[in-house]
Design a protein around this ligand. Structure first.
Ligand code: ADP
Ligand code: ADP
Ligand code: MG
Length: 668
């Protein structure tokens, strides 16, 4: 076993690897960028080396610096995590040349699986089932068109060098093929530096089921069962679980054998994942096809750890150190069911737009550390940390384990309900809606689950207006009461001993302005009224470390509610869900509104990919004007109103800050 390793990554995966190293008594070295100088992963390791600027190309992708850092600190091996350098064969080679062990497969295996088209040719020879398609090297557009016509529609065009769901185009009919090909090639060239494509039959209502494999340097290879990652948005995973619902022992053995054959075909060593697309034919059963192999530890590896009771990072370290696999295939067993949810800084109701900001409040559900606990949280952030635009938008992974899927599902819902994040928008409530959706609850899984259940997933507010308003009013009164007891002369119009006094509150709730009236009655009781809702309001403050926690009674409901007020926004959490309500100080805002006009600003920091218009163009409301890229995703910026483009203020390729004006639109 190594005595010291360097972790060439950041965030949750760097913390995850450091935790195992610590448990095994292996010292760890962190590397960090400017933006990460005080990040959690730096504190999680024994030593840390600064490697450069905040953008990945200036730090986490600079492999000469990383190798230098390993040499300087005496690390014997480098763990690349996922993303960044983890699937870079040149980096794996450079480590070997520097006499440092790369904790991953041999460079030749990374290379062989790096391109989807080439890896499919290899898999075909190894007898692994493939989706009907074309993965040849001849990229003549008319040949590609003929191949697509032969495969039939709908067909899928993929970038051979692709990843992260990028560049994929579904083509519905032959006439659309040429345009889709050109657009896929353009995105592939920009993102991956190669425009080679492959074509596949587009499988209808497919499931994504992948197999975890592990090989050692003695030539052994085992599979650690499957994970179902069908719940996706933009071809990216949202929820993952193991085992896959509906999986039979026979199919598991077949898929496991196919995955091991795939790994053996490239002399695989270490942790890898073979991804399959699974067709569910109307007559029943499941038909699986090889999609790609990811030659690294996967984001969703914790669900496999939960059902097998193993530490996959420990296995990675042992195998990279030359030890044989700790267990044989027949020693591996599945215990219970595990589900992982990816908590991301994003706004699901706004097309999953990534968000940046500070985690003003970050409370996790009660969880146990790494061991096979029932609730596990893997994260790389602490309360007060910032989610910056430089890296991806994942805040944390929530992993639950139960004896059955139902038990795991209930735990996931409870754990999400206990999660409190204030300061930036996240998908926590969206994840709860997905977990509680009919399709997910009944394990009716396929990659279209989110669009199919859309009506139950987006624009939901389970807290509701009455509780939100009551909580905001109660929060204000409790704050005033606290101020009054600290300083009796600061008395505002809090508690009135005599006469009825009516007090007005201005709120903005879900984009609408509203007015509420609170009456202080003779007996000290409170009466709250707004719209057609009115009734007695009662609440008792409960002890809380921070935030305001209360037992709230209003409008026939009784809930334990926790609130945080950040400037004017009151963040309301209770068992039903979470919501926000803005308490408007009416005077402070007089005359502020009007200003906005024809400005079109970047919704987040990122890169301008392209403009779809030029100065002088007349545009219609909703028409695409520009495409931006941030946090691994592309976002289209559309015209808010009809108008004429007056001026473009940036060029494609420019990096812009949040709020930067991209172009000027003359309205009308
Ligand atoms: P998966 O393991 O689910 O197949 P992807 O293939 O989408 O995940 O990418 C691997 C992971 O690498 C991402 O989930 C992401 O967390 C990480 N990653 C990729 N690019 C970056 C980046 N620029 N900054 C931080 N993490 C990144
Ligand atoms: P990436 O490298 O971006 O992860 P993959 O080839 O693994 O690309 O595919 C990502 C996702 O796209 C899959 O999980 C699945 O949802 C969808 N997908 C891929 N191939 C097909 C196909 N032939 N038919 C239908 N959906 C597909
Ligand atoms: Mg994939």
């Amino acid at each position: 076993m190594f005595t010291k390793i360097l972790i060439a990554n950041r965030g949750e995966i760097a913390c995850r690897v450091a935790a195992t190293a610590r448990r095994l008594g292996v010292r760890s070295v962190a590397v960090y960028s400017d933006a990460d100088a005080s990040a959690k992963h730096v504190a999680a390791c024994d030593e840390a080396v600064h490697i450069g600027g905040s953008a990945p190309k200036d730090s986490y992708l600079r492999w000469e610096r990383i190798i230098e850092a390993a040499k300087a600190t005496g690390a014997q091996a480098i763990h690349p995590g996922y993303g960044f350098l983890s699937e870079n064969d040149a980096f794996a080679n450079a480590c070997a040349e520097a006499g440092i062990a790369f904790i991953g497969p041999p460079a030749s295996a990374i290379l062989a699986m790096g391109l989807k088209a080439e890896s499919k040719q290899l898999m075909e020879k190894a007898g692994v089932p493939l989706v009907p398609g074309y993965h040849g090297s001849d990229q003549d557009p008319s040949l590609l068109q003929r191949e697509a016509d032969r495969i039939g529609y709908p067909a899928l065009i993929k970038a051979s060098a692709g990843g992260g769901g990028k560049g994929m185009r579904v083509v519905e009919k032959s006439e659309d093929f040429a345009a889709a090909l050109a657009s896929c090639q353009r995105e592939a060239r920009n993102s991956f530096g190669s425009d080679a494509v492959l074509i596949e039959k587009y499988v209808q209502r497919p499931r994504h089921i992948e197999i975890q494999v592990f090989g050692d340097t003695q030539g052994h290879c085992v599979y650690l069962f499957e994970r179902d990652c069908s719940v996706q948005r933009r071809h990216q995973k949202v929820l993952e679980e193991a085992p896959a619902p509906g999986m039979t022992p026979e199919l598991r053995a077949q898929m496991g054998a196919a995955a091991v054959a795939a790994a053996k075909a490239v002399n695989y060593v270490g942790a890898g994942t073979v991804e399959f697309i699974v067709e569910q034919p109307p007559e029943g059963g499941m038909r699986f096809y090889f999609m790609e192999m990811n030659t690294r530890l996967q984001v969703e590896h914790p669900v496999t750890e939960a059902i097998t009771g193993l530490d996959l990072v420990e296995w990675q370290l042992r195998v990279a150190g030359g030890e044989p696999l700790p267990l044989r295939q027949e020693d591996l067993h599945i215990h219970g069911h595990a589900i992982e949810a990816r908590i991301c800084a994003e706004t699901p109701d706004n097309n999953f737009l990534p968000a940046t900001g500070t985690l003003t409040v970050y409370r996790k559900p009660a969880c146990s550390a790494f061991e096979r606990g029932v609730v596990r949280v893997d994260d790389g952030v602490r309360e007060g940390d910032t989610i910056s635009p430089f890296y991806d938008s994942m805040v944390a992974k929530l992993i639950v384990h139960g004896a059955t899927r139902e038990e795991a599902l209930a735990r996931m819902d409870a754990a999400l309900a206990e999660t409190r994040i204030v300061g930036l928008s996240t998908n926590v409530q969206f994840l709860r809606h997905v977990v509680n959706s009919r399709s997910f609850a009944q394990a009716d899984l396929d990659t279209a689950l989110i669009p199919r259940e859309a009506a139950a997933l987006f624009h939901q507010d389970k807290v509701g207006k009455p509780l939100a308003v009551a909580a905001a009013v109660a929060q204000t009164l409790l704050t005033e009461r606290a101020a009054e007891s600290a300083d009796p002369f600061s008395r505002r119009d809090g508690w009135r001993p005599h006469g009825i006094t009516v007090r007005r509150f201005d709120f903005e709730y879900q984009g609408e302005s509203m007015l509420a009236h609170l009456s202080y009655l003779h007996d000290g009781a409170l009466h709250l009224a707004f719209g057609d809702v009115s009734g007695p309001l009662a609440f008792d403050a409960l002890p809380a470390e921070t935030g305001t926690r209360m037992d709230l009674r209003f409008s026939g409901q009784r809930q334990t509610v926790q609130t945080w007020q950040v400037i004017e926004t009151v963040h309301v959490f209770c068992a039903l869900g979470a919501t926000q309500i803005v308490e408007i100080d009416a005077l402070a805002h007089a005359g502020e509104a009007a200003a906005e006009g024809g400005r079109l600003t970047a919704p987040m920091p990122g890169k301008v990919v392209s403009f779809a218009v030029k100065a002088g163009d007349a545009v219609k409301k909703g028409q695409a004007l520009a495409v931006m890229e941030a946090m691994k995703m592309e976002h289209t910026i559309a015209a808010p109103v009809d108008g004429t483009v007056a001026e473009l203020l940036y060029a494609p390729g420019d990096q812009v800050n949040e709020g930067a004006e991209l172009l000027k639109l003359a309205v009308g």
